[in-house]
Design a protein around this ligand. Structure first.
Ligand SMILES: [Zn+2]
Length: 86
C-alpha cells in the first residue's frame, strides 16, 4: 500500500500506513515531525498520540492528525478529497 499525503491547515501530512498508525507532519516552516498512535486514553473514545516536536501539550500536529484519522474512520470522502494532495 502506498503512502497517502494530505494537506491540513498548511501542514503536509503523510499517512505511513503502519500499525500502529503513524504519520509524518511537515509544518509550514519546513520542519518534519513524527506523530504516532500512543494507545487509547482514559476513555475508550479518546485515542492518544505522541509527537516528537518540542511542544509539551497537544500540539497542532497531533490535532491535524486526529482530524485526519476521524475523517478516515468515518470514510468522509468529501473531506478527504479536499485534503488529499497525492
Ligand atoms: Zn507536534
Amino acid at each position: 500500500m502506498t503512502a497517502t499525503a494530505y494537506q491540513i491547515n498548511g501542514m503536509d501530512i503523510t499517512d505511513l500506513n503502519t500499525t500502529p498508525d503513524s504519520f509524518t507532519v511537515e509544518s509550514s516552516s519546513g520542519k518534519t515531525y513524527h506523530v504516532e498512535y500512543a494507545g487509547a486514553g482514559d476513555s475508550e473514545a479518546v485515542d492518544t498520540w505522541h509527537c516528537n516536536c518540542p511542544a509539551r501539550k497537544t500540539c497542532k500536529h497531533i490535532k491535524a492528525v486526529a482530524n485526519l484519522v476521524n475523517a478516515l474512520i468515518d470514510d468522509d470522502r468529501e473531506q478527504l478529497s479536499e485534503w488529499e494532495i497525492s
